[in-house]
Design a protein around this ligand. Structure first.
Ligand code: DGP
Length: 110
């Protein structure tokens, strides 16, 4: 399948890995929007949140928690975003959750 994030998961394209377990991978965004900007994704290909089952959603949220703690975001807080489809400006069609933090983020959401 011609999916950029599947190629990263397969190790065909390098990434800066932050955390990995059986079902999920977390690596640094190539174009960081904050001092900490990590992408959390399921290893199994699915286009976006609409395709995620409960088990996958749980695994992703556990990895978000792990990344937040590991990256020192737990005390001051952080933001989680998952762009979905055209209006959400999703550019890579493999479900991923952005974890952003390490500074005071702006109040704008859209
Ligand atoms: P989204 O717009 O929500 O689909 O986010 C896709 C993100 O993926 C975007 O913030 C940039 C990041 N990205 C795109 N290509 C690569 C890559 O090859 N490596 C890494 N680490 N991140 C990438």
């Amino acid at each position: 399948m011609d999916c950029l994030f599947c190629k990263i998961i397969a190790g065909e394209i390098p990434s800066t890995k932050v955390y990995e377990d059986e079902h999920t991978l977390a690596f640094r965004d190539i174009n960081p929007q904050a001092p900490v900007h990590v992408l959390v994704l399921p290893k199994k290909h699915m286009a976006n949140l609409l395709e995620a089952d409960g088990e996958t959603a749980g695994a992703l949220l556990r990895t978000v928690q792990q990344v937040a703690k590991q990256e020192g975001l737990a005390q001051d807080g952080f933001r989680v975003v998952s762009n979905c489809g055209k209006n959400g400006c999703q550019s890579v069609e493999h479900l991923h959750i952005h974890v952003l933090g390490g500074k005071q983020l702006t109040g704008e959401m859209g």
